[in-house]
Write a protein that binds this ligand. Structure first.
Ligand code: C2E
Ligand code: MG
Ligand code: MG
Length: 739
């Protein structure tokens, strides 16, 4: 009595455990019988597997029935015709069922092929409908075949056979029309076709086997035994057929096969059969019959479970290959594939849909400020927002913060109008703007990747517009093609010297003499003429190909250094421009060292210019690169100082020898008095940080005089000369440009 009461949770746990075991067992049994939910992918997989089985089964039916018709012709129709019978009447009487089965095979085959056809080709669907119509027409003709009229089982079976074939014909026609109109949106139509096909097969098997059984009664007793054991073979064959076709759920297999076996068994032992044949089924046959049923059902079970396993595995692989793991949107490759398919199937979609590219403005800064995890979370929620706003569209993340969409026209405007608050709610601290580019594809055969590229191209232009949205138009088309041309031809352009190095003089402010040069690339194209760096440098940087051009420039510069040396007998320093991507795609130090070694150039004669914007990405890596370059003895110049947002940060973190003041500071010189103050401060700051200063874009004597007065060390600009080929530059050396 003093036994402690079980604690509530213990009791509860015990019961739940007991329940769980029972529930788990029941669930397992139910799962084994096929009572479980399948994902749409698995359902579709099973369905397609059944449809593929349908193709093979239909082919078997067709081959079998053609063979049967030929046999009957040879054995019965032709001999009887020779004895004076009417050929067509005899043919109809003796082969009508085979024809009917043959047409059914054709209907089944054409439907399955049309269903599996990804492109939904019209002629395949029309052929399927013709197959269905043939079944209906022939089935309508068949009642001409006389019934025995006794109202006996054979007549009932015959009628069932016609009815099931009519149902099959209707199912084929209806399902093909459904396929045409709605696509593969529901599993019901193919299930109906397969089920009615299975029904016809079963009824046919029962009918033929029963007829054999019945006919054997007309033989004398001794002879009949020769046939009676074979009479169920047709039925069994048809059940195997149906077993192979109907692998959806084990309970369905048990149900359909069970009903068929039971029905056939009761027919065999029915009063009518026993009365007419005066024989009973041997016990051994009954046992074999039941064993056959069980084995067949087990085969269906096993195929079902194997298919489910395969489907689940394939689903996982499919998900991995088709979805972006972060946002759950399409992966880029899969997106290209589905959009291609959508256009191939319905080319008219292009009238209403367009390609859109979205790029979050300042996302890398967001990542830097808030961390990678917060950045990922932002992208995830942005992906969900897109999915919600473009339910009719195809959407993928191309990588980083880039999204490609194929969506109805006009939907961007409504997206922008209605998503403002949601965009703000993605992060209350910071609302990122979206750069959007869109492109309207006209030709269905245009490569989808190219269309995405064009919309991305437009998005980059959109970045610089107030609305941030830009449609790819005629001018973009030319720029896009120029970019593609540059990307495709950069190797050739370097190899064949279309890319040349021009030299812009740099003047020592004190002496006014040209003492050094900046190397600037020029692309003189045999087809397109003179291309400015603005049209090829950014394109090559974006395509990660700038290192090819720069390697060529480095070598040419070293070669020209040797030529300057030969001509003047002294060292003329040259500054080179280095892009951020150079460090990622080549060993800058090694390429420079190789070129210098080849032409005997000292490291201090090559000034490495890098822009401040190149230093804001992946700062630690860049610090390592630049420290290394500096240690090797190359003077480091900071190019375009003041053109970006983080100029002062850069000065804090890196050590430079020369500060090149961006030429935009000189815009409005003489009109805006602030310019003078700003330039004065920058020059003095450079001095106090131990750097020399160089001002770019000097175009007037007033500017030059002011800069010299303020202590700017070097000057560069059109006042002293534009960038020109080697020979012209050589002539400028040591000339006095300002007094
Ligand atoms: P940058 O390095 O700042 O070069 C100076 C640019 O300003 C040059 O343009 C030059 O022609 C121009 N410039 C010089 N003085 C004046 C002036 O008084 N007034 C005006 N309005 N402009 C002047 P360019 O040659 O078109 O080069 C543009 C940019 O392309 C360069 O800017 C540099 O960032 C890049 N670039 C040029 N060549 C190469 C190269 O070989 N490799 C790499 N990675 N970038 C290069
Ligand atoms: Mg430069
Ligand atoms: Mg510059």
């Amino acid at each position: 009595m003093n036994e402690p009461l079980p604690r509530m949770e213990e009791k509860g746990t015990k019961d739940t455990k007991a329940n769980n075991v029972v529930v788990a067992f029941l669930l397992r049994v139910a799962g084994f019988l096929g009572f479980r939910r399948h994902s749409p992918y698995v359902k579709d997989y099973l369905n397609n597997a059944n449809i593929r089985s349908g193709v093979f089964m239909a082919l078997v039916v067709i081959a079998l029935e053609v063979w049967m018709v030929i046999r009957r012709l040879n054995d019965t129709v032709i001999p009887m015709t020779q004895e004076g019978g009417n050929f067509f009447e005899l043919l109809f009487k003796n082969t009508s069922n085979f024809w009917l089965m043959l047409f059914m095979g054709v209907g089944m085959l054409t439907y399955c092929v049309a269903y599996l056809d990804k492109k939904q080709t019209t002629w395949k669907q029309v052929t399927a409908i013709i197959g269905g119509v043939l079944c209906l027409v022939f089935a309508a003709l068949l009642p001409l075949e006389p019934f025995r009229g006794n109202g006996n089982i054979r007549d009932i079976l015959l009628i069932s056979f016609y009815v099931s074939i009519i149902l099959f014909g209707i199912a084929v026609i209806g399902s093909t029309i459904y396929l045409r109109v709605k696509g593969k949106k529901s599993l019901l139509p193919p299930m109906a076709v397969i089920s009615f096909f299975a029904l016809v097969c079963l009824v046919f098997g029962v009918k033929v086997s029963y007829s054999d059984f019945f006919s054997s009664a007309s033989y004398p007793l001794g002879e009949a035994t020769m046939y009676e054991h074979k009479m169920i073979i047709c039925f069994l064959m048809m059940t195997i057929y149906v077993g192979c076709l109907l692998i959806w759920r084990p309970f369905a297999s048990i149900g359909i096969l069970g009903v068929a076996f039971l029905a056939f068994y009761f027919l065999l032992v029915s009063f009518e059969g026993v009365e007419k044949t005066h024989r009973k089924l041997p016990d051994g046959d009954v046992v074999n019959y039941i064993t056959f049923f069980i084995s067949l059902t087990m085969v269906c079970f096993s195929i079902y479970h194997q298919r489910i396993q395969e489907a689940t595995k394939e689903q996982k692989l499919h998900e991995l290959a088709t979805t972006d793991s972060l946002t759950g949107l399409y992966s880029f490759d899969y997106y290209l594939q589905v959009v291609r398919e959508a256009i191939d199937v319905h080319p008219k979609i292009l009238e209403n849909y367009q390609h859109v590219f979205m790029d979050l403005d300042g996302f890398s800064t967001y990542n830097d400020q808030k961390g990678f995890a917060a950045g990922n979370d932002y992208l995830k929620r942005f992906g969900a927002l897109l999915r919600e706003h473009f339910p009719e569209g195809y959407i993928c993340r191309q990588g980083e913060d880039h999204f490609a969409l194929f969506v109805p026209q006009g939907s961007i405007e409504s997206f922008l109008a209605s998503s403002k608050e949601e965009m703000a709610s993605l992060d209350p601290d910071l609302t990122l703007a979206i750069n959007i580019g869109h492109y309207h594809q006209v030709l269905p055969e245009e490569d989808i990747r190219r269309c995405v590229d064009k919309s991305r191209f437009a998005a980059h232009i959109g970045r610089d517009t107030p609305s941030k949205v830009h449609e790819y138009g005629r001018a973009d088309h030319d720029a896009y093609h120029l970019r593609q041309y540059v990307i495709r031809n950069v190797e050739r352009a370097c190899a064949e010297n279309w890319v040349q190095v021009y030299y812009q003089p740099i003047v020592d402010a004190k002496s006014g003499k040209v003492v050094e040069f900046e190397a600037l690339a020029r692309w003189i194209d045999p087809k397109r003429g003179f291309l400015s760096p603005a049209s090829f440098i950014p394109a090559l940087e974006r395509a990660r190909l700038i290192h090819r051009l720069d390697a060529h420039v480095f070598t040419t510069v070293c070669q020209d250094y040797a030529r300057f040396f030969e001509a003047t007998g002294r060292s003329v320093p040259i500054s080179i421009n280095v892009s951020r991507a150079d460090f990622d795609y080549m060993d800058v130090a090694k390429v420079l060292a190789d070129a210098r070694e080849k032409y005997g150039v000292p490291a201090e004669a090559i000034h490495v210019e890098i822009t401040e914007s190149a230093l804001t990405v992946d700062e630690n890596k860049m610090t390592d690169f630049l420290t290394h370059i500096h240690e090797l003895g190359y003077p480091l110049w900071l190019d375009d100082f003041g053109s970006g947002y983080s100029s002062f940060n850069v000065l804090k973190d890196f050590r430079f020898d020369v500060l090149k003041i961006d030429m935009r500071f000189l815009e409005g010189f003489g009109e805006n008095p602030k310019i003078i103050d700003i330039l004065r401060s920058i020059i003095s700051m450079a001095k106090s940080l131990g750097m020399e200063s160089l001002c770019e874009g000097v175009e007037t004597k007033e500017q030059a005089a002011f800069l010299r007065k303020e202590g700017c060390n070097k000057l560069q600009g059109y006042l002293f000369g534009k960038a020109s080929p080697f020979e012209d530059s050589l002539a400028l050396l040591d000339t006095v440009k300002v007094d």
